[in-house]
Write a protein that binds this ligand. Structure first.
Ligand code: G3P
Ligand code: MG
Length: 246
């Protein structure tokens, strides 16, 4: 095996789309990722008050739109009045806050695969409802669209596994808990997505020995990860895929 100091194309995931150059979690950001040559995007899914799944990171639309409000108080009919682009730059004015349905369809058109991060927010009525809605929407994807599921919430991953054991599941951690392998086996999940600042060669090698894949988030400086690829790092989630792909 050749030594390597960077990821292959399929190991790079555009965090919230190419969020360094376009408004995060919008179709414009996913298109920008595809234009940069990314094969995978990461995106965050949450529910509006009426159960509509949308692609957004926060529990409110305050930071990433020109409006204000909590997801819990919004319904699908409110989406047409929300501009999720102008906050980032004037050229993105009018960019919609996308439903998961519209993103799944755009992924197919753009030829992108997706790491779908399930956010578990306090206003979500039940975990069952959340995973059922997400699974049903993902089942409508194009046949060439590959999906992996990630979450900080082990129960959300368990719920997705119960609905469809073929999903690749990734546990999100900011630091590795002592009982990490027990947690993964209880889901079961094959993959860890870890804050790159918490990554060590020792842990990476142990995970690899246990048959567990590790990807690092959210790293925009390839130099910070250079020593990890040879130790078995399986991928990077980055706001700026171009720095890894050029
Ligand atoms: O997938 C990695 C990363 O997206 C997890 O954190 O807060 O950006 O969703 P966050
Ligand atoms: Mg995320």
């Amino acid at each position: 095996v050749e030594p390597r100091s960077g990821p292959t194309r399929s190991e790079v995931q555009a965090h919230r789309g190419a969020s360094a150059v376009a408004p995060e979690n919008t179709i414009a950001a996913f298109r920008a990722a595809a234009e940069q040559g990314a094969e995978w995007v990461e995106l965050d899914v949450a529910l509006l008050g009426d159960g509509t799944p949308v692609v957004i990171h926060d529990v409110s639309i305050d930071r990433c739109s020109s409006s204000k409000g909590n997801l819990a108080d919004l319904t699908a009919s409110d989406l047409k009045a929300i501009d999720a682009g102008a906050w980032f730059a004037p050229q993105f004015m009018g960019e919609p806050l996308p439903t998961l349905a519209s993103v799944v369809s755009a992924l197919g058109e753009l030829g992108l695969n997706a790491n779908v991060e399930i956010k578990q927010h306090a206003h979500h009525k039940s975990l069952d409802q959340l995973v059922n809605i997400v699974d049903r929407h993902l089942k409508a994807r194009a046949p060439h669209t590959r999906i992996m599921i990630s979450s900080f919430d082990a129960a959300a991953l368990r719920g997705m596994h119960a609905l469809d054991p073929s999903y690749e599941l990734a546990m999100l951690w900011s630091r590795v808990p002592a009982d990490w392998l027990d947690i993964l086996r209880s889901i079961p999940a094959s993959t860890i997505h870890l804050d790159y600042k918490a990554l060590s060669i020792g842990f990476l090698e142990e995970a690899v020995r246990c048959g567990i894949k590790v990807r690092a988030w959210t790293c925009n400086d390839p130099k910070r990860l250079a020593s990890f690829w040879d130790a078995g790092l399986a991928g990077v989630i980055t706001d700026d895929p171009s720095v890894y792909l050029t």
